[in-house]
Design a protein around this ligand. Structure first.
Ligand SMILES: *Cc1c(COP(=O)(O)O)cnc(C)c1O
Length: 397
């Protein structure tokens, strides 16, 4: 038998370092951080067994690390997936997943208002390799389905960034399956607690774990979950070569913070809704873009709401004065941590207009994105209220 190690086998499924069958020798309640780049072998035979895939053991932490593996198993369990991979950022996860499946000349289908750097990745990287990208209004299920035949994959985000528009995930997933087209969804907003895309027929789920899963604004991380086959494709085609692996310490931070995810999400859901409803009742607010305020079929697959949404202020509000008048609510990008934050679209629209998803798909410069962190709704409402008073133009008084 002349069994040669294949590249697939260099990255085999690895058993959990700690778990039912591999217990920590000291019964540590919290998993240890395997802060090591490499793992040692007792003999040539052991090394060859691992290279040939006859036994599973980590080799080098760019491929596998036991602490990182625990997080991969955790997200797979939460999303109902067979397997998962961790990355050094949400963008690392998005770029690697898409690149694992596309070829020059392919066409991909995605939604307008997709996460801004996913849009730049499509525009700057995929297009350079001759890949066509169709941006469809994701709320229009018929148009989404019509775009599917002949595409390589459909990249979704429900709700989308900045304007929080939904897609009908089960209907799009079913149409894609009929045409043998892969479906990927960014589920960072809902988290697996409020939406489980794989249960709806979607193939691959992606998380910016920098947001709710990390939950503390202290780390940047990405996760991908799906079938064993799809994760094996990512491992074989790209994962080791981009080198966008998660560090053991950051995997540990995300593992730790996932423990409080249900409590945090309950707060974001409740406080977010209360603030959104208050905003919707204000004269200075023209509309609130929150998935609770729509009867789109995409709302039916949500079991709860993330705490980030946006609203459009009326012309009576001076946006700069409003944002500068906020005290409790800080100015900052990202979301999912304890801080409550605003990002005015007006500022985001000023960034590199040629690859600006907000400019391209006509986001109003009167839009303000609000991340309801772990503050109390009544304190946030008081802050918003005093800022409206401070920023309303004299003609309005
Ligand atoms: C932040 C974000 C990302 C990217 O995650 P990073 O960890 O910052 O690379 C992807 N998708 C959504 C919806 C995000 O908000």
């Amino acid at each position: 038998m002349n069994e040669r190690p294949s590249l697939d086998r260099l990255y085999p499924p690895m058993p959990a370092a700690i778990g039912a069958d591999h217990r920590d020798p000291f019964a540590a309640a919290v998993p240890p951080i395997y802060q090591t780049s490499l793992f040692l072998f007792d003999s040539y035979a052991e090394l060859e067994d691992v290279f040939a895939g006859r036994s599973a053991k980590p080799i080098y932490s760019r491929g596998d690390n036991p602490t990182v593996r625990l997080l991969e198993q955790k997200i797979a369990e939460m999303e109902g997936a067979e397997a998962a991979r961790a990355f050094s950022s949400g963008m690392g996860a998005i770029a690697a997943t898409v690149l694992a499946f596309v070829r020059p000349g392919d066409r991909i289908v995605t939604v307008r208002h997709v996460y801004s750097d996913a849009f730049r990745f499509f525009e700057k990287v995929l297009k350079r390799f001759g890949i066509l990208v169709d941006y469809i209004d994701g709320t229009d299920t018929e148009r989404m389905i019509a775009a599917i035949p002949g595409a390589r994959l459909v990249y979704l985000e429900s709700p989308t960034s900045m304007v929080f528009r939904l897609q009908n995930l089960p209907a799009i997933a079913q149409a894609a399956r009929e045409h043998d087209v892969l479906t990927i969804v960014d589920n960072s907003w809902a988290t697996p607690l409020f939406q489980r895309p794989l249960d709806l027929g979607i193939d691959i789920v992606i998380h910016a774990a920098s947001k709710y899963l990390g939950g503390q604004s202290d780390t940047v991380a990405g996760l991908v979950a799906g079938s064993r086959d799809h994760i094996a494709t990512i491992n074989r085609e790209i994962y080791p070569y981009t080198g966008a692996k998660l560090s053991p310490f950051e995997a540990w931070l995300v593992l730790r913070n996932i423990e409080t995810l249900p409590l945090r999400m309950q707060h974001h859901h409740e406080a977010g809704l209360e603030v959104a409803r208050w905003l919707a009742a204000q004269d200075q607010v023209d509309r609130v873009m929150h998935p609770a305020f729509t009867d789109h079929p995409g709302a039916r697959t949500l079991r709860g709401y993330g705490g980030i949404f946006s609203f459009e202020v009326s012309k009576a509000v001076d946006i700069v004065a409003f944002v500068d008048a906020l005290r409790l609510i800080r100015i900052g990008v990202s979301w999912g941590g304890p801080e409550s934050l605003v990002v005015p679209a007006k500022a985001a629209l000023s960034i590199s207009p040629e690859t600006n998803v907000f400019a391209r798909f006509n986001v109003s410069d009167r839009t303000i994105r609000l991340n309801v962190g772990l503050n109390k709704a009544k304190d946030l409402i008081a802050d918003l209220n005093q800022a409206f008073v401070a920023a309303s133009r004299p003609l309005h008084r």
